[in-house]
Structures are given as structure tokens and as C-alpha cells.
Design a protein around this ligand. Structure first.
Ligand SMILES: Nc1ncnc2c1ncn2[C@@H]1O[C@H](COP(=O)(O)OP(=O)(O)O)[C@@H](O)[C@H]1O
Ligand SMILES: [Mg+2]
Length: 326
């Protein structure tokens, strides 16, 4: 056996106290060399966490093996810290001035687009009065289960997880709650839901306008980002601007504006049936970008395929957002 292989073999069972794993399990020995002039061993060792206590202990153990067991005169160890992938989830609130502009449609399709870009996504349907995410996910009959501690298991489809206030009430009933109770429901979603694995993006479908739910976000999200959805019509854009300013006042960072139902395309020609410019006006007023103009798509199925024209536009939107959030 070569001298290097011999050294590596002798060190392989040493345990990194910060990961509790042996060197051979974590492939901790990143470099091993011998300085012939001084008859000493030079090592680069990767540890999970580079703390002084652990590296001191490891240096002693390594020196014992290298000097006493193997008979070298000296040893020089450099420790490097393993790069742990930082998965810090981001929360994007999907808001609008008025209802019916496609906030939920945008939320669900954006969730799918991010999933298609290999992000782990969870949708929180916090539109307490008009929850319809189960309908969009074709999962109205799903029954949410909880564990013995009262924590909820989210619904999951195509790798996208989702929880909705609709699951907390009897079929065809609306949730009728005032402020303090709303906060309890939000707590269930944000703190007492057993999300499957690490989540990159939480998309929160807010109720339209500027109500309790929007104001309560501060209790659950430390760095909220927001997307504002509007249609081209003046009556929608006018209120969207107000919602945008309210968000800014609440410290919710506005990422940009999405104009939904912008046009109807026939034979490659765009017809602006609801007028033009509403989304751009909102973006200009709020000093942010108009991130997408999405077509009117007559369809029962609100989640577009990856290959649909609208599906591609949603992928673009998701890519834009990823760039903004880098
Ligand atoms: N781009 C679109 N083209 C056609 N219909 C749409 C589009 N976006 C939304 N809709 C439809 O409009 C209605 C309202 O959309 P929804 O997403 O529920 O709005 P909101 O959540 O803002 O109330 C739904 O029936 C939805 O299917
Ligand atoms: Mg909705």
C-alpha cells in the first residue's frame, strides 16, 4: 500500500464531532500529502462545522495516529467547513385590489411553474372568504388529516403542497371569522402544518384588498415579498394601486405587478378586450416592474400545461422572480 493510502486508511475511523460521522463516511480527507524534507504529513480535513473545540480535538486525534501509530515527525492539518446548502424559504404574498382578477389562478400557475423549475413550493390559500385553491387543484373532496398534536398534513399534488381554509369548514360553507380568529387560522397554516421536506417558496393567496390577513402577515413572515395582480381595467388597477401602497406601508416588499386577462389571442392576433395599460399604470405608480401580461384562456382547467402558451408565460414569470430574488 502506498504511504498516502496507508495514512488515509489509518485516519478513516476518526469521528467528526460536529457531524458525528467518521471521516470515511463524509469523505472528510480532502488532501493528504507528505513533506519528505521534514517527514511530516499535510492534511486538509473537511468538517461539518469549523468550531475551535472540535478542530482542537481532531488535531489531537490525528496527531496521535500520524505521529505515534505511523511514526511521522510532524503533522499539519488545515480544516475546511463543509458547504451546507442554505435552504432558506421565501414567502411571496399574492395580492390584488379587487376579487376576480385571477389572483388564485396566478398563485396556482406560478406554483406549478416554480415546481417545473425544480423548486419546492407550498401554496397557502389564505383567502379566508373566497378560498378556492382546492377547486383549482381539483381536490375539493380531499380531507385534511392532522396528527395527535393537532398539526395538519398538507394536500400534495405533482410535488406542489397546498393547504386551504376550505379544508377547515364543512362543504359549501364559508369561514366566518373575525380578526383574532383569523390570526389563529393563519397560525395553523404557518406554524402548525407539517410541510413535506424543505420548502423553497411559500405562495400565499391573500384575500382581495387590504384586510386583516394582509396585516397579520407580520406575525408569521419575517421578510414578505409581494406580487400584485390586476386586470387591465381601470376599476381593477385603481384599487390595486391602493393595495400596493398598503403593502409598502406594512413593510411587504413589492416584487412587481402581474396583469392577468390582458388580451385574447386569435390566430396570432391579440385582442385587448378589457382595454390596455392597467398593469403598467399600477407598476409605474408603485415604481416596480410589470412582470407579466397573461392572456385570457377560456378553459375549465385553470392549471396550464408546461407547453401551453400561457404555461410558457408562467415559466417566464417564475424565471423573472427567481432573478429578482437572487
Ligand atoms: N387568464 C385568464 N383567462 C380566463 N379566465 C381566467 C383567467 N384568470 C382567471 N380566470 C377565471 O376568472 C375567475 C376568477 O379567477 P380567480 O383566480 O378565482 O380570481 P381571484 O382569486 O382574484 O378572485 C375564475 O373563474 C378563473 O378561472
Ligand atoms: Mg381567489
Amino acid at each position: 500500500m502506498s504511504k498516502i493510502a496507508d495514512i488515509k486508511k489509518s485516519l478513516k475511523d476518526i469521528i467528526d464531532p460536529t457531524s458525528n460521522k467518521a471521516f470515511h463516511e463524509t469523505k472528510a480527507i480532502k488532501h493528504c500529502g507528505i513533506d519528505e524534507s521534514t517527514n511530516s504529513v499535510v492534511l486538509v480535513i473537511e468538517v461539518l462545522e469549523k468550531n475551535p473545540e472540535a478542530t482542537k480535538k481532531l488535531t489531537r486525534e490525528i496527531a496521535k495516529v500520524v505521529k505515534i501509530d505511523l511514526g511521522y515527525s510532524g503533522v499539519k492539518v488545515e480544516f475546511v467547513q463543509a458547504k451546507v446548502e442554505q435552504t432558506k424559504s421565501k414567502t411571496i404574498l399574492i395580492a390584488s385590489g379587487k376579487g376576480g382578477v385571477g389572483k388564485s389562478t396566478v398563485t396556482a400557475n406560478l406554483a406549478y411553474a416554480l415546481m417545473r423549475l425544480n423548486k419546492r413550493v407550498a401554496v397557502i390559500d389564505a383567502d379566508v372568504y373566497g378560498a378556492n385553491m382546492p377547486k383549482i387543484f381539483n381536490a375539493t373532496d380531499h380531507v385534511i388529516m392532522g396528527n395527535n398534536d393537532g398539526k395538519l398534513y398538507p394536500f400534495e399534488k405533482d410535488g406542489v403542497q397546498m393547504i386551504s381554509t376550505e379544508y377547515l369548514v364543512e362543504k359549501n360553507r364559508a369561514l366566518m371569522l373575525r380578526g383574532p380568529m383569523l390570526n389563529k387560522v393563519l397560525k395553523l397554516f404557518f406554524e402548525e402544518t407539517l410541510w413535506n421536506g424543505e420548502i423553497d417558496f411559500f405562495l400565499v393567496d391573500l384575500p382581495p384588498g387590504t384586510g386583516d390577513v394582509m396585516m397579520d402577515m407580520k406575525d408569521f413572515v419575517t421578510d414578505p415579498k409581494m406580487l400584485l395582480v390586476t386586470t387591465p381595467q381601470a376599476n381593477a388597477s385603481h384599487i390595486a394601486i391602493k393595495a400596493g401602497f398598503a403593502a409598502k406601508d406594512l413593510g411587504q416588499e413589492l416584487l412587481g405587478v402581474v396583469e392577468n386577462m390582458s388580451y385574447y389571442e386569435v390566430n396570432g392576433e391579440k385582442h385587448y378586450i378589457f382595454g390596455q395599460g392597467g398593469g403598467q399604470e399600477v407598476a409605474d405608480e408603485l415604481l416596480v416592474e410589470l412582470l407579466a401580461e397573461l392572456p385570457i384562456v377560456p378553459s375549465d382547467n385553470s392549471i396550464y400545461k408546461e407547453t401551453d402558451k400561457a404555461g410558457i408565460l408562467y415559466l417566464n414569470l417564475a424565471n423573472n422572480l427567481l432573478k429578482l430574488l437572487k
